[in-house]
Design a protein around this ligand. Sequence first.
Ligand SMILES: Nc1ncnc2c1ncn2[C@@H]1O[C@H](COP(=O)(O)OP(=O)(O)O)[C@@H](O)[C@H]1O
Ligand SMILES: [Mg+2]
Length: 430
Amino acid sequence: MSSDREAGPMGKVKVLVIPGMDPVGDWMADVIKLEQDMACLGLVRDLAQALETVERLAPEVILVDIGSGILQRTEILSRLAAPASGAAVIVVAMLGEVDMVRQAMLHGAQGFLLKPFSEAELLSSIRQAYELVLQRRAEMPKRGIPEQAESIRRAEVIAVFSPKGGVGCTTVAINLAVALRTLTDKSTILLDGDLRFGDIDTALNISSATNVGTLVSQLDEMDNQLLDRSLIPHKSGVRVVVAPPHLDMADAIRPEHLRKLISRLSELEDGYVVIDAWSSLDDCTLSILDKCQHLVVITTPQVTAMRDVHRFLEVLNLLGYGRSSTRLVLNHCYHRSEVNVKDLERALGHPFVQEIDYSPNQVTASLNRGVPLVQEYRDSAAARSIMRLAQYLVESTDARPTLDTEEEPAGKNEKPKRRGLFSQRKTASA
Ligand SMILES: Nc1ncnc2c1ncn2[C@@H]1O[C@H](COP(=O)(O)OP(=O)(O)O)[C@@H](O)[C@H]1O
Ligand SMILES: [Mg+2]
């Protein structure tokens, strides 16, 4: 199979579907046919025909339903997903088939979709997979010549995320950044990754024309010095990048812009880049999760948050994110609850690295006054817990070997590599 392919017909992304037994394959084909920038090359119902069809039609994205029996023919899957096929493979599975998806990813599949999924999710996954194909093509000519040195990452990137909204991510992200700066005196950059509804500016009483939107649009023309000077200094010593002021600007930001911005910020100085991520797992949030070395996942003891976090941890596990980089935090943000922490840890299958105490008066006052909790209310129980979380992160950062590439090293008992939603993202754009 040749990987040196032309762009799709009339610039369309060429998609091939290998369906399962249910009607989802036909539905996907119908959705793709209606898209102006995509072409559905057809459905391959007989797996034995798959390689020959791919050779003949040269798809760029292949949607493979687990129900097609592909896991009984993993040699076919490996060849479909290999760079030489010129295509990226997305596996389609039921929510309960997480183990099978993991197996498919181990055989090279680059992405997955869990049923039921929406048209928007399908199209967005296809576009992201196509992006990977383009990146691979761009890298092709470089083969055979020595790899260029990767940009040096100097700061640790810490993302604060929860699949459940309103559980304290912004509170933790802001105060974690200030705490890290206080403890280490190292450069600390706080980035509002909640592009549409970010409120770090209000929480820190900052008003600035520079924001994620303006930075990503000028990034290619900015050298590191200029980028450094564009960050908004806060009196805590933390430097801030606030969210865009309108939805239009937020919606124009693509995942690759955000990845590039995070890379550039992490190159500036030894220290930390703390990102407050939005609770939706959209492409921009996924790019943040891809780029961070420490993922602080927040839950509350409430059953709904626990359920969402449990599902999210399952997905992380599937993607091969090392347990070592996921820091689970229990935030008592609604009331002081008498919960058995061990029971919660057992339910999630993951230990908490820190509990954050309930301090409603001080947390509310800090937000209302636009001042950091860990500075102005440093004696509150919540502030002290966030300081301990920062201390924990400093210690685990110090214990990590210094890396100058994106990938985690393979630990003794760890999976060989941490992979993103779409693996092999080490590209010129990231
Ligand atoms: N440890 C805590 N104690 C008391 N209130 C808290 C605590 N953590 C968060 N809160 C409150 O919970 C609400 C949601 O917090 P926020 O940080 O905005 O969450 P998110 O960013 O996840 O939506 C805020 O009103 C905040 O005051
Ligand atoms: Mg928030």
